[in-house]
Design a protein around this ligand. Sequence first.
Ligand code: NAD
Ligand code: ZN
Ligand code: ZN
Length: 344
Amino acid sequence: MKAVQYRTVGAAPEVVDIPEPVPGPGQILLKVSAAGVCHSDIAVMSWPAEGFPYELPLTLGHEGVGTVAALGDGSHGFAVGDSVAVYGPWGCGTCVNCADGRENYCLRAADLGINPPGLGSPGAMAEYMIVDDARHLTPIGDLDPVKTVSLTDAGLTPYHAIKRSLPKLVPGATAVVIGTGGLGHVAVQLLRAMTAVRVIALDVSEEKLALARSVGAHDTVISDENAAAKVRELTGGIGAQVVLDFVGAPPTVKTAGASASVDSDVTIVGIGGGTLPVGFGVLPFSTSVSAPYWGTRRELAEVIELAHAGAVDVHVETYSIDEAPLAYERLHDGKINGRAVILP
Ligand code: NAD
Ligand code: ZN
Ligand code: ZN
């Protein structure tokens, strides 16, 4: 079968022919319908050889949707042909966090060498993929796989970030979304669907800001050194009660802190290497800064429910599996508006 693999540190991903996998006991084989292209893959492919955490070659793709093709011995809960989304942040299944479905915060995954598909385990950018356990699948029914696949990360990650801040997202409050790419343009929609807050979107690209407006942002601001002052102006000097940074680079975390109101949440989702110092008087009083990771199993089910309700619509550009390297190149160059999706 064809697969998109990262094979050599520093080189571009390659489309290769590899044997079709066979599901072991408890595992499930999916025929992949669609796989999403995430900026985190580009970060992974920029890491140096020394200390690189995953074995190569690595089949990419941590956003996957497919149909059940075969069940390994003892695997149950799904039937051949079922249309399912893959929950990516695999955990051990038995620690206290996993018991809660919070496998994204598994206490033992690192020790046990458990890695998400596409981020250590073979991923979704292939004709077939192995899912290690039925609990890592969420049925999607008649949802369009192409429109649904990115909800497993570009939907789930912002959903998790927003849900933990819901007590602050009351009517009259403001949320700032920095970086309205794959994750950010879904975050805008989730904020509109889940709350009555005012949404201010920041990006460096006018095209991305146009997308942000079309999916529900009330205001858009070019992300430069004046952006935080504009947010303050738009909020009558108060600032935003919740700031979600989907870039996480040094200039954006600075903007995030400077855009925050007293008693706010500043949530850094992007992995751009920025840090935000906290100390008395450094940020507005009682501001919480956090850097969450992906989302919980239950939250994926909730995001899929939002899709069934028609409350979220991922803006998708599709590519064949042979065009996957091109999709990564375009994402690297900031040329994808919304999310790129590979059709194996
Ligand atoms: P993307 O490339 O689709 O979107 C990034 C957006 O940020 C683009 O629209 C780009 O124009 C914009 N941008 C770049 N520099 C900017 C700046 N200085 N100010 C404002 N906007 C700027 O990327 P994505 O796939 O949506 O991922 C976003 C980030 O989230 C990445 O860093 C990714 O690695 C990270 N991520 C984190 C998690 C997590 O669990 N914490 C999960 C998924 C992705
Ligand atoms: Zn991702
Ligand atoms: Zn666990």
